[in-house]
Design a protein. Sequence first.
Length: 276
Amino acid sequence: MADLTMARLHEAMVILYAVSLVFYFIDFLYKETKASRWALGLLGAVWVLQTVFLIIYVVETGRFPVLTLFEGIYFYAWLLVTLSIVLRIFTRLDFAVFFINVIGFVFMTVHTFAPVQIERSPVGEALVSELLLIHITFAILSYAAFSLAFVFAALYWILYRLLKEKRRPVQWSRLPSLGQAEQGMTASILAGIPLLFVSLTLGLQWAYVSLEEFSLWDAKIVGSFVLLLIYSGILYFRRKGPLNGKAYASAHVYAFLFVLINFLLGSRLSEFHFWY
């Protein structure tokens, strides 16, 4: 029972860290005060849990946990979280803080679902199963975010055409403005990109600990990374200026077509992705 509780708390840390990463991504790009506060608050909760587990481990073993690779990874992840919080409070190095958290999240995930822990723990099977569940959940959440971006892109096209033809149907008052549609597209992929990144990180870890053999060139894995690059490219060119207005909406429509291809066809071509 104690092992299961510890496993649940470690999983909670990974989820809190993942959500914190989403808010840090938004703050990193747009300097959103609310997003920054949420990110710091969630990361603070992760740090408290990590510190408590670290102290418990020291008390139980009677030594500092750095003698094995498994212990070292945990201590390294704790140091990265600590460093991130210190930098966030006392400096304005947003770029450094964001990427430190990306690295910290990867190592926290590796530690939580490490093969050595799965093998030694009586709740190993539950850990693997829940890792898969979290991976799929975050993937579907990212797809939902990209779907919302597509909806706003379609609305932008409709609005653009109505304005060009100088028509105002009865439903006009229920439609967003062009600016609101653009903001909706941007907000959606701001959530979708980090969610997909988190899903990929967890998915690779699941494949590593639970499959005897798997290839990084699996159709679904490659497609998901391409999808991440496509949406990151859209966001990059949006911020740099070349991608605006109708071209921005068009990019979202074409990107969503790739989402559908990856979601439907990628799973069929994959050697082990049969569930989504």
